[in-house]
Structures are given as structure tokens and as C-alpha cells.
Ligand binder design. Structure first.
Ligand SMILES: *Cc1c(COP(=O)(O)O)cnc(C)c1O
Length: 394
């Protein structure tokens, strides 16, 4: 498993592109994180919270009827069964424990669809931190239910009115606020993005997905999967499951990006498929940009994948050829959403439906001796109203 170098680079990706005031804070965070990661009592508590509060280990479920599942074994890592309904809580638990260890007084987070905001509000309530969540004003409108859930949990949601009033702008604002209050506040980032050490730290907190999957696969099927598939927004659920297998060269790793209306349509969120190398939110990676190098507006049916950048370690895995990144469109994801729900009795998050759609394509090229593992990153309850409106169903 690749560690970032001392400057926070995976190959030529990552680093720290932040205002001077944050360098010292990131240095201190790196020191405290490194100490915590070397302390078995830190991981003991993390494991306990994941067991008793989150409900881990999450099941490894063998699909029976979806797509080619009867011919080609298809395993689902059930992150949808976690408390709050997705993988995001693994990371917010870890960061909240680190914030407490550092003596911080409150938590700051950005959120797009609201899933990371809810996961942060949840650990804020559990550990007794006040939580301030920054959210684009457009997203506050679109995601009214999650805004209210955060309020129920005691968090304060701040609508951000700059730019396109979405996740990118919320992230800028959260960074700005953090820079002003760096002594008191801990910035809880929601994916494997941002300045070093965040991409590495978030990966370490999501690695539990891959570690459990690898062990469960060996125990129950006596072998490793031949293929591991996960959807990629910022890339945290994918890095989490990849981390369990990246050192097994025979296991093929597949990241599925949201193509939106098509990779070349201009209405896409496929940063690795359609982007170029640039700097966003503190690190160097692939990102969607126009001819002038300005960050391009993105589109995806799935709010959790609708982000113009991608974590630097994914850029590294792409360039090194260790992982392959493929696009799935809105329409393909929506088809998979219904087909999977009706075949398996599990409603997937629309994000996860992208990975599920690709699993069916891949199965067509695989046989009974192969073993496909998909990360089911979250449950689809949150998407029901949107899907219902889009399909015009009563
Ligand atoms: C947020 C989210 C994602 C995308 O985030 P990553 O950091 O790429 O994992 C995927 N699935 C679900 C269910 C989410 O909530």
C-alpha cells in the first residue's frame, strides 16, 4: 500500500496548495494523526465505536438474481447497512476521535447532498461537539430533508451563496472558516480529497471496508476476488475497499465514475475520464476544467458523485495502471437502480448503482470461476423522492 511521501504526494499527485495560515495547522494535524495511528488504544476505540455504534462488520452478501449473478459469483460489501446508511460514518468517527484527542472544541464540515453533513452531525452529537456544516445554497434547497436531519442532530447549517452555490463553493467556505478558527476547530473532510494529510487520513479510516472484505472473502470463499468495483466521487469508498486488495496484484481494481449524460457531453462528473491535471481544494489531481483552466460545472444524477475533482491517490492509481476507471451514465445507473432493487430486495444509493451497473457489464466477460466484489456504498432511501420525480411515477 502506497504511503504519501513527506510532502504528501502519491507520485506527482497530492501535496498542499493552501494559504500560508493553514500550513502550520496541517503540519500539526499530521503530527497528531501520525501519533494516533501508531497508538493501539486509538484504533481499539475506533473499532469499538464501529462495532457498537455503526454496526460493523458490515455483511458480505452474495447476490443471487441480479444480472449474471447466477452464473458469475457477485459479492456485495454492504456499507448500506451502516448506521446513517453509507460508508461516510467510518470516516467521521475516525476524525471525531482524532479531534477529541487533539483537544478541539468543535467540528466544521462541508457537504454537497448532505450525506457527509449528516455523518458529521451524528458523530458531533455522539461525542459532544458543536458542528457547523457549510452547504451551497442551491443544495440547501434541493436537500431540505438532510438539512433538517442535521438540525435534529443539533448541527448548524450555513448556506453558502458564492459561485454555483454547490459543493465546490461550500468546500471553499469551510476552508476559509477553518483558517480563521484553526486553534479551536477541526475540519472534518468528507472524502479522500484536500491538502495532505487528508487524502491519506480518510483512506486509513475507510480501509476497514477493504480489510473486512478481504478477510470475509478468504474465510467464506477460500480465495480473493478477481475484480473489485466501487463508484468514485471524491473516491473514499473506492479507496477504502481498494486498500484491502491493492497489494494483491492479481486482483483487478475498477473505479466507476459518473459520466452524467456522457463523458464527452460537457454534462459529466468523470474527472479521470474527461478531466486534466490541475489543483482543486488544496491538492493536485485530475479535475474537470474548461479551455481556460477554470473548474467546469459538473452534472450527475447522483449528488454524491457530482464533484469536479477526484482524490490524488486515484490519479496515481490511474497513471500507474494499478486501477482502471470507467464511466457509467445517468441512464445506465437508473436502470441498474431498479433492476438491482427488484432482483435482490435491496435499494441501492444512486451512487452505488453506478458500480452495480458496471458489475453487470463486467460479468458478461467473466465466468463461474471468477469472483466479482462490489462496494455497495450506501442505501437508496435518500434517493427515492428524486427518482420518483424523474421517472414521473405516481
Ligand atoms: C458520498 C457518497 C459517495 C461518493 O463519495 P466517495 O468519497 O467517492 O466514496 C458514494 N456513495 C454514497 C452512498 C455516498 O453517500
Amino acid at each position: 500500500m502506497q504511503q504519501p511521501d513527506v510532502r504528501g504526494y502519491f507520485g506527482e499527485f497530492g501535496g498542499r496548495f493552501v494559504p500560508e495560515v493553514l500550513i502550520d495547522a496541517l503540519d500539526r494535524l499530521t503530527v497528531e494523526m501520525t501519533a494516533a495511528f501508531g497508538d493501539p488504544s486509538f484504533w481499539r476505540e475506533y473499532d469499538e465505536v464501529l462495532r457498537d455504534f455503526v454496526g460493523r462488520p458490515s455483511p458480505l452478501y452474495r447476490a443471487e438474481r441480479y444480472g449474471d449473478a447466477a452464473r458469475v459469483p457477485l459479492l456485495l460489501k454492504r456499507e448500506d447497512t451502516n448506521h446513517t446508511g453509507a460508508h461516510k460514518i467510518n470516516n467521521t468517527v475516525g476524525q471525531a476521535l482524532l479531534a477529541r484527542r487533539m483537544g478541539k472544541k468543535r467540528l466544521i464540515a462541508e457537504t454537497g447532498a448532505g450525506q457527509h453533513g449528516v455523518a458529521t452531525a451524528t458523530v458531533g452529537a455522539k461525542f459532544g461537539f458543536p458542528v457547523d456544516v457549510y452547504m451551497g445554497a442551491v443544495d440547501v434547497e434541493r436537500q431540505a430533508l438532510n438539512v433538517y436531519i442535521m438540525k435534529v442532530l443539533g448541527a448548524t447549517v450555513h448556506p453558502v451563496t458564492g459561485g454555483t452555490q454547490t459543493l465546490k463553493d461550500a468546500t471553499n467556505e469551510a476552508f476559509r472558516v477553518w483558517a480563521a478558527e484553526v486553534e479551536e476547530a477541526f475540519y472534518v473532510i468528507g472524502s479522500v480529497v484536500g491538502a495532505h494529510p487528508y487524502p491519506y487520513m480518510v483512506r486509513e479510516f475507510q480501509k476497514v471496508i477493504g480489510v473486512e472484505s478481504r478477510r470475509e472473502c478468504l474465510e467464506r470463499y477460500g480465495r480473493l476476488p478477481t475484480d473489485v468495483i466501487a463508484c468514485v466521487g471524491g473516491g473514499s469508498n473506492a479507496m477504502g475497499i481498494f486498500a484491502g486488495f491493492v497489494d494483491d496484484p492479481q486482483v483487478r481494481l475498477w473505479g466507476v465514475e459518473a459520466a452524467g449524460e456522457g463523458v464527452d457531453s460537457g454534462k459529466t462528473a468523470a474527472a479521470l475520464g474527461a478531466g486534466r491535471v490541475g489543483v482543486l481544494h488544496g491538492s493536485r489531481s485530475y479535475l474537470l476544467q474548461n479551455a481556460h483552466g477554470q473548474v467546469q460545472d459538473t452534472h450527475s444524477i447522483s449528488a454524491g458523485l457530482d464533484y469536479p475533482g477526484v482524490g490524488p491517490e486515484h490519479a496515481f492509481l490511474k497513471e500507474s495502471g494499478r486501477a482502471t476507471y470507467v464511466p457509467v451514465t445517468d441512464a445506465q445507473a437508473l436502470d441498474a437502480f431498479f433492476e438491482f432493487a427488484r432482483a435482490e430486495g435491496i435499494i441501492p444509493a444512486v451512487e452505488s448503482a453506478h458500480a452495480i451497473a458496471f458489475a453487470k457489464q463486467l460479468a458478461a466477460e467473466r465466468g463461474p470461476d471468477d469472483l466479482i466484489l462490489v462496494n455497495l456504498s450506501g442505501r437508496g432511501d435518500k434517493d427515492i423522492a428524486q427518482v420518483r420525480a424523474m421517472t414521473g411515477d405516481a
